[in-house]
Design a protein around this ligand. Structure first.
Ligand SMILES: Nc1ncnc2c1ncn2[C@@H]1O[C@H](COP(=O)(O)OP(=O)(O)OP(=O)(O)O)[C@@H](O)[C@H]1O
Length: 216
């Protein structure tokens, strides 16, 4: 069966530094994957490549049966199905609602649907009633949850999360642990990078261990 996403012989060099060297990784749809490994082992680099934001130096990716061709028009189309939530997300100094609506406006979603989707996403991340708050004035954990809501409204097939719980308190992490399986039920595939020692198992995720840019 064709995997949802496959990486073949991917290498990424930053100048002469070899940051990533992976032989073969296959991801099935509707599953949760956790990338684990120490600082600098290549987790964020891998997420950025999978998000089609960073071109590998060598190698091939096949996403939903289609070989990725690194041409702008092609990438823009494929990126419609993929969203990466960065570890320290950039939020505009506007309201939470404005921040989440941004991507929807870019896609031409009408304002009634924007409101419905934003309301639902804020509820999912436990930030009901935060729409009018100024995004930059929120705590680090709340900002991370706004960034997740911003990703959710776009309903990606592939959701990539770079250390999503790093700023979250215990209650938020518990809510987040319940949210991910719900998203999988709705059809999403999730790949997260995490330093949490127990969360990958709690989520029953497939663990991908990395070491010095390779699979451990
Ligand atoms: N833009 C860049 N230019 C040069 N080197 C980089 C760049 N981005 C990452 N690196 C290097 O590539 C390697 C992998 O970095 P990466 O950020 O992917 O690791 P990571 O596993 O996500 O680390 P962490 O757990 O600290 O977030 C590191 O040695 C890092 O210094």
């Amino acid at each position: 069966m064709t995997p949802f996403l496959a990486l073949h012989a991917i290498e990424k060099r930053y100048n002469s530094h070899l940051a990533l060297q992976l032989e073969e990784i296959r991801f099935e749809s509707r599953k949760i994957y956790s990338l684990v490994g120490s600082n600098g082992c290549g987790k964020s680099t891998l997420l950025q490549i999978v998000a089609l934001l960073l071109k590998p130096t060598f190698g091939e990716m096949v996403f939903q049966g289609e070989k990725v061709v690194w041409k702008k028009k092609n990438l823009l189309r494929l990126r419609q199905d993929i969203t990466l939530v960065h570890q320290s997300p950039y939020l505009f100094s506007r309201s939470v609602h404005h921040n989440i609506a941004y991507g929807l406006k870019m896609r031409g979603t009408n304002s009634k649907d924007q409101h419905r989707l934003i309301h639902g996403a804020l509820e999912m991340v436990g930030l009901e009633g935060f729409g009018r708050r100024s995004a930059r004035e929120l705590s680090g954990g709340e900002q991370q949850r706004v960034a997740i809501a911003r990703a959710l409204v776009l309903r990606p097939r592939l959701l990539l999360l770079d250390e999503p719980t790093s700023n979250m308190d215990r209650a938020s992490i518990e809510a987040f642990d319940k949210l991910l399986p719900l998203l999988v039920e709705q059809g999403m595939t999730i790949i997260q990078a995490t330093h949490s020692p127990d969360q990958p198992e709690r989520l029953n995720s497939t663990i991908i261990r990395m070491e010095d840019g390779r699979l451990a």
